[in-house]
Design a protein around this ligand. Structure first.
Ligand SMILES: Cc1cc2nc3c(=O)[nH]c(=O)nc-3n(C[C@H](O)[C@H](O)[C@H](O)COP(=O)(O)OP(=O)(O)OC[C@H]3O[C@@H](n4cnc5c(N)ncnc54)[C@H](O)[C@@H]3O)c2cc1C
Ligand SMILES: Cc1cc2nc3c(=O)[nH]c(=O)nc-3n(C[C@H](O)[C@H](O)[C@H](O)COP(=O)(O)O)c2cc1C
Length: 762
């Protein structure tokens, strides 16, 4: 094959090495615009795992890297005069210059042709190449030349950063946070050889401007940073890369992604294809792993288009995963002020788990004693007393007004489509009862509809009459008399998503015309082309709906529920008012967010007035529509603020289901960042929900201050005793129902046995 790599960074060079090694007959040329020794940047970091992957790629390169890197294990966080240290992080750093010279040397050895000082503007010169790899970095010219095809998306972030070096040797990966009159500044510092460390300084763009750094040249920047971080530099200076003309070194990070990666024989690789914020130290790793993946795909496929397609498919998944973690990490560093209110221990924990890739149990594996210190501290802070053994965060108690919960696990509201005429029956008693026995601190009813025509399906529960109230009172009595759980009522009105079939006949599929009832919505916008067109709600309709919510709240109070939730999410009536996608009104209930919130808030206030003062109330919201022009997380903060002002005690933070055009980005705990933002910007308790399916997820979210409660829906369909099982798995002595104690003992014995078996195997 005749292969051209444009760009002699880690991606281009490493791919050239792998292809030449795979077949010495391949003719591989790398074009680099700079001179051979001319490389920028200070250190780069790899995880131990990346090094393992490199062994499979080319062991000779891996060995040379291992011989030259600086390894460290500890992370140190300096915040408000405290230093929090956590061990076991297993990273290594090396000088970018050295990495590139190792790669260049190895490429030469294998017979790769390296052409320096050649800036490539287009691929026209390489018409005879079988494969052209655009590895020309984050500002790729080649990508720009074919932007129509690759469709790059470039997201310029909110922070400014500068990449510096210092001879102060940081033995740990060190984060330093400094509060200034302009805002927070932070340094990310790590050693990459015997006597030099990378020292990246970062701050919000507004702080950067306020500090006058937009006018600072290189010398002024160095002087500013040196003074700011003097206590950590131990008299050592800071160094910048030589810069012709001495201009500013501050840059804005761009998150790059591309719709397409392949165009005929041309393929994007490394930063040209995707970037990942430096705070998760993965840019170089991704570039090297891209190279390994493409080289392997070429070996596995007998045709190049197949190999390129396979490479794109494989890498897209991993890149998406990493970019999603990197997004969380980027946003964490953009919002230091949000977390700076945490006590230092929680601040540090939040930082360590910011990407949601490092979890509570990962931290335990890395450094058990650090994690136990966190658990003990959190326990003492929550309960006011020192427990004999550390308590997993998910099993810490929580109080909201008069409601005292035993733990942080919640059975999320789930429609069961099993009622007749809105009346809950034995199914609901057994279903909710089993979950209340299963150890969750709080169990939610399904969305219970306030009017017959406000039901989603004919199988939905309602609370507009006496019979329904009595049936619910029976469920509540069971929970209170026979279990330790508290029970919450979720009230809703289906609006434009009403008159559809029960879930297992297809979500949102409309009922046959003979069975369907007329539906209302803020505007006559149907959920989909197949659904009924709703009638625009008149003020009279709105009065009736508001009064029905208040009446149902009174019934709920009489039935004895501990908490009341207003369902204002997922595209149902109140959510349809809030989102501009379905609210097209021109009166005072449409237009601005303030107007769109007017009716939902009116309903909430009416419920609040009908519901006992001492009992808590929550609101479920969709924190984003996942649609351009729809509700965004910034709006969600305002929505939460408005409900807080109206008397909400907790925001239940869900997302989406408001438009068929939504393009959600799913992943583990994917909605927790929205909860984090609302909780810590608005200053209100939150409940996180959505793909939280392991005890580890719950512990990380609670300990990191991302939410006060975690709601799990589908996991509780699989396992009503999720919480009790989690307790045994974590070695926590949760109170089991006395009728089930033999089961608990057996489970604990089996767990002990498993541990003993493991010990034998090891
Ligand atoms: C200036 C700079 C400094 C960095 N420093 C660090 C660091 O200290 N630590 C860290 O963890 N990460 C650092 N990164 C990020 C990290 O190195 C990247 O994620 C990683 O290098 C990606 O590798 P790559 O080969 O895709 O791109 P790059 O490393 O950016 O390599 C691209 C190469 O292509 C060359 N090039 C660009 N355009 C053309 C053209 N038209 N014709 C010919 N050649 C071209 C460039 O000169 C460069 O050598 C840095 C990135 C840059 C751009
Ligand atoms: C069968 C089913 C029914 C649901 N019904 C409701 C509901 O009535 N009210 C509500 O707010 N959310 C409802 N949801 C959404 C869940 O409460 C939860 O937000 C969502 O399933 C994500 O959580 P999970 O990943 O733990 O399943 C339902 C989910 C499922 C799976």
């Amino acid at each position: 094959m005749r292969i051209v790599c444009i760009g002699g960074g880690p991606a281009g060079l490493y791919f050239a090495i792998l292809m030449k090694k795979a077949d010495p007959a391949n003719r591989v040329t790398v074009y680099e615009r700079n001179r051979a020794g001319d490389t920028f940047g200070w250190g780069v970091v790899f995880s131990d795992q990346t090094l393992e992957n490199m062994r499979d790629g080319d062991e000779a390169t891996q060995k040379r890297i291992i011989d030259n890197f600086a390894h460290w294990d500890d992370i140190e966080i300096h915040f408000k005069g405290n230093v929090v240290t956590s061990h076991g992080h297993g990273f290594c750093g090396m000088e970018r210059r050295q990495l590139l010279s190792i790669l260049q040397e190895r490429a030469r050895e294998l017979g790769v042709e390296l052409v320096f000082e050649r800036e490539v503007a287009d691929i026209g010169d390489f018409a005879n190449a079988d494969l052209i790899v655009a590895a020309d970095g984050i500002n790729s010219r080649i990508r720009a030349a074919y932007a129509e095809h690759f469709q790059p998306e470039i997201d310029w972030r909110r922070n400014k950063f500068v990449w510096l070096g210092t001879h102060r040797v940081f033995e740990a990966f060190t984060f330093v946070f400094v509060a200034t009159e302009w805002g927070w500044f932070q340094a990310h510092a790590y050693r990459f050889n015997a006597d030099t460390s990378t020292f990246i300084v970062e701050t919000r763009e507004d702080s950067w401007r306020a500090a006058g750094l937009d006018r600072a040249d290189q010398a002024a920047t160095l002087d500013f940073c040196r003074r700011l971080f003097a206590p950590w530099l131990e008299g050592k200076g800071l160094m910048a890369q030589p810069k012709p003309g001495g201009g500013s070194d501050w840059v804005t990070f761009a998150r790059v992604s591309n719709k397409n990666w392949v165009r005929g024989p041309l393929v994007l690789m490394g930063d040209a294809a995707h970037s990942a914020h430096f705070s998760i130290g993965s840019g170089t790793k991704l570039a090297l792993e891209d190279a390994i993946a493409l080289a392997r795909a070429i070996q596995r496929h007998d045709n190049l288009p197949g190999a390129l397609a396979a490479y794109e498919t494989e890498r897209r998944v991993e890149v998406l995963r990493l970019q999603s973690a990197a997004r969380n990490s980027t946003e964490w560093f953009e919002n230091v002020a949000r977390y700076a209110r945490f006590p230092p221990r929680q601040f540090a924990y939040s930082l360590l788990t910011r990407s949601q890739r490092v979890s509570h149990e990962n931290l335990r594996q890395r450094d058990k004693s650090y994690l136990e210190r966190v658990e003990r501290w959190l326990g003492a802070r929550t309960t006011g007393k020192q427990a004999e053994h550390p308590v997993p965060p998910m099993f810490l108690p929580f109080r909201l007004k008069s409601m005292a919960l035993e733990n942080r696990i919640v059975v999320s509201p789930m429609a069961m489509y099993s009622a007749k005429d809105g009346v809950p029956n034995d199914f609901h008693l057994v279903h909710l009862g089993a979950r209340a026995l299963g150890g969750a601190g709080l169990v939610f009813t399904e969305m219970t509809c306030v009017l017959p025509e406000g039901r989603i399906t004919p199988g939905c529960c309602g609370l507009w009459n006496e019979t329904q109230e009595e049936a619910f009172a029976r469920v509540v009595r069971f929970a209170h008399e026979r279990t330790r759980a508290k029970i919450a009522l979720q009230l809703g009105h289906s609006g434009p998503k009403g008159a559809t079939r029960v879930g297992w006949e297809g979500y949102d599929r409309p009922l046959d015309p003979g069975e369907a009832w007329p539906i209302i919505a803020p505007s006559p916008v149907p959920w989909s082309a197949a659904n009924q067109v709703p009638r625009e709600a008149t003020r009279q309709d709105m009065d009736a709906v508001r009064d029905a919510f208040a009446a149902a709240a009174r019934r709920g109070a009489r039935a004895g529920f501990d908490m009341l939730e207003l369902h204002a999410a997922h595209g149902y009536l109140l959510s349809a008012f809030i989102t501009p996608i379905t609210n097209r009104r021109t009166d005072e209930y449409g237009g601005s967010l303030e107007n769109r919130l007017r009716f939902p808030l009116e309903v909430f206030r009416a419920m609040r007035a009908a519901w006992p003062e001492e009992k808590p109330m929550s609101v479920r919201i969709s924190a984003t529509d996942w649609v351009d022009g729809g509700i965004a997380p910034t709006d969600a903060v305002e929505i939460a603020r408005a409900f807080k002002a109206a008397g909400a005690d907790l925001i239940d933070v869900s997302s989406g289901l408001t438009s068929t055009k939504a393009r959600p980005i799913y992943g583990r705990m994917f909605q927790a960042p929205f909860s984090d933002r609302i909780r810590n910007e608005v200053g209100i308790a939150t409940m996180a929900v959505g793909n939280i399916f392991e005890p580890d997820h719950v512990n990380s979210i609670i300990a990191g201050g991302r939410a006060d409660l975690c709601a799990l829906a589908r996991p509780h369909l699989c396992d009503p005793q999720f919480a009790l099982h989690a307790a045994v798995a974590l070695g926590f002595d949760a109170p089991w129902p006395q009728q089930y104690l033999d089961g608990k003992k057996q489970l604990e014995r089996l767990k002990g046995q498993e541990a003993a078996d493991m010990a034998i195997v090891i």
